[in-house]
Design a protein around this ligand. Structure first.
Ligand SMILES: *Cc1c(COP(=O)(O)O)cnc(C)c1O
Length: 393
């Protein structure tokens, strides 16, 4: 069956699910085997040298992990894919495998906190020149790319104010100088956005979030051009940030319902965003699906749904946030995002806790901002929950 012609809802369920390693199994087994044995030395040698498909040692490849790698490859329309122990494993391995002393990378200020640390602390240590631009200033990003660079790294929509970056436009600018384009597609998921179709060369995911969808396993994924994925894979198999079979199984299992969950979360988030926007105790709502959002027109072009992530600021500052959040009944007050259950937290004490108030202001993060990751609960229940908590203020 040729999976690449199938729609996403089909590929989420079927991709990678061949019975090549357990004939007749309708669910791929968790192959918790570190090593794989051969009776024939020629066959072993052919697998070891890549002439024959097979497995040698699970730090390199594993059949259960392959199922997951196949799913993301098909969903993103990529040539190749490989998995990592975490999302940061995927991001750091990609950057360290493709960059080196004297190379230049152009990115944006609003990348995920861990990614931003790699740009500001670790890459400069290896004499990589890093330029972080204002996230939505496309002219500045283009002019920095035009000065010459080896890699551009984008993330869209961003955390926590859901800024939107034009992947097609910046990929075209990168092509002119021969730079590799990497996009973190964690917030959008392959259901809502396919960066490779917009000109990117590589896509990275924290599979810990929407792909897994249940907050019970961590993983990272990379997919895109074969030659580039192979280069990162060769780095990963040696530095050892490999994904284990158990979480790989959990994430593959979660991904079977990816389209169902994302369609639900897209619809609920839009409804909640519109409701909050009209509420007297809300100052602002950041959601790319709202016409009032600064990135709405680009989002409409490059996304097929606006996702389950949003943030909003409430009147009265951080003291009100402290009163409001514990009043919510249908949320976990916790870090992370993308689960079946709704999660909420203030960036001021979570993702952006290390910044000063002034630095948060520069990034456009109000002190009373709340990040809200919409789950798959009944949307009327979520709206009623938000209303009762707002009414108590
Ligand atoms: C969570 C996250 C990461 C890091 O993923 P981990 O699995 O926690 O290592 C990277 N990018 C984005 C956008 C994220 O939300």
């Amino acid at each position: 069956m040729e999976l690449s012609n199938q729609k996403k809802g089909t590929a989420s369920v079927w991709a990678g699910e061949t019975d090549r390693f357990f004939k007749g199994a309708t669910t791929p087994p968790i192959v918790n085997s570190v090593t794989f044995a051969y009776e024939d030395l020629d066959e072993w040698h052919n697998v070891a040298t890549g002439k024959l498909e097979g497995y040698i040692y699970s730090r390199n490849t594993n059949p259960t992990v392959r199922v997951l790698e196949e799913k993301i490859r098909v969903l993103e329309g990529a040539e190749a894919s490989t998995a990592f122990a975490t999302g940061m494993g995927a991001i750091s391995n990609t950057l360290f495998a493709l960059l080196g002393p004297g190379k230049r990378v152009v990115s944006i200020k609003d990348t995920y906190g861990g990614t931003s640390k790699i740009f500001l602390e670790f890459l400069p240590h290896y004499q990589v020149n890093v330029k972080l631009c204002e996230t939505t200033d496309h002219e500045q990003i283009e002019s920095e790319i035009a000065k010459g660079c080896d890699l551009i790294y984008l993330e869209t929509p961003t955390n926590p104010t859901l800024k939107v970056v034009d992947i097609k436009r910046l990929s075209a600018a990168a092509k002119k100088v021969g730079a590799i384009v990497v996009v973190d597609n964690t917030f959008a998921t392959p259901i809502n956005q396919n960066p490779l179709k917009l000109g990117a060369d590589l896509v990275v995911h924290s599979a810990t979030k929407f792909l897994c969808g249940h907050s019970d396993a961590m993983g990272g994924l990379l997919c895109g051009k074969q030659e580039l994925v192979e280069k990162v894979f060769r780095f990963r198999e040696i530095n050892g940030a490999s994904l284990a079979p158990d979480p790989a199984y959990m994430i593959s299992r979660g991904m079977k319902t990816l389209e169902l969950r994302i369609e639900r979360q897209n619809a609920s988030a839009l409804k909640i965003a519109r409701h909050l926007k009209a509420h007297s105790k809300i100052i602002d709502v950041f959601y790319p699906g709202l016409e009032s959002h600064s990135g709405h027109s680009i989002a409409k072009e490059q996304m097929s749904g606006f996702g389950g992530m949003m943030s909003f600021s409430i009147k009265g500052g951080y003291d009100e946030v402290k009163k409001f959040l514990p009043k919510l009944k249908l949320v976990h007050l916790a870090a992370s995002l993308g689960s079946v259950s709704t999660l909420a937290g203030p960036p001021r004490t979570t993702s952006h806790v290390e910044l000063t108030e002034e630095q948060r202001r520069i990034l456009g993060i109000p002190e009373s901002l709340i990040r809200y990751s919409v789950g798959i609960e009944n949307v009327e229940d979520l709206i009623n929950d938000l209303d009762q908590a707002l009414a108590s203020l």
